[in-house]
Design a protein around this ligand. Sequence first.
Ligand code: KIV
Length: 275
Amino acid sequence: MSTEPASGIAAPATIRLRHLTQAKEQGRPFSMLTAYDQFAAKAFEAAGVEVLLVGDSVGTTVLGYDSTTSTTHQDMLTFTGAVARSVTRPLVVADLAFGTYEAGPAEALRHSVELVRAGAGAVKLEGGEEVAPQVRALARAGIPVFGHLGFTPQSVNSLSGHRVQGRDPQGAQKMREDALALQSAGAAAIVLELVPAAVAASVTASLSVPTIGIGAGPDCDGQVLVWQDMAGLSGFQGKFVKTFADLRPQLERAAQQFRAEVAERSYPGPEHSFE
Ligand code: KIV
């Protein structure tokens, strides 16, 4: 495994929050990918990706749920542990599952402590100034916390589907206020999802903590994608997704070849068989 990062943050053995802040200050964009399992996590670490997000998107990408609202805290503990045990360099961020933090700081703290015990270096929750008390409690307890504004998937039902947020001046202003409220409460970084590029740029410029965009244009301090989208496994081709690899057809071809060789008894050959 290469230890040489080919990315925006120079060479520390372990990525810490201060490296993300430095990257923002130096104008060096950094990368975050979702990861849920050992081999993907190790591949992204070898590629130099600075932050791995054990997203609650594990529910829709791995577990077959329709929405991240079905992802449970136990799911998050299981997959956070898998990723955290597999890598040493990237910062591992774990999502707080729907229903584990909305009730208040005590609930948020209890569930975050369990995610940290499972190996998370930071947790992420969705929402604006209404979750500032939770963010404050976590920051005071020494748990780095990322915010998440714009389209917040756990609110897909009240947002009436996957829609760009902050297009109107009031929405954009509210997003700026929410971002400042999260930063004042102690958030270490803020994910901006499905936000007009100009709004994301102005939120980014107004903060001292980094923003990480997904469908939020080029001016965020970092960028995040769901790995199965960027690697062409999920088949999801939203406007903001670039397909950096085409794994689904490759996997299908490999499975077809395996099946064909099994059917014609050419696999396993003598070289795969024991005396
Ligand atoms: O769960 C997830 O994958 C996320 C990203 C969309 C940022 O929160």
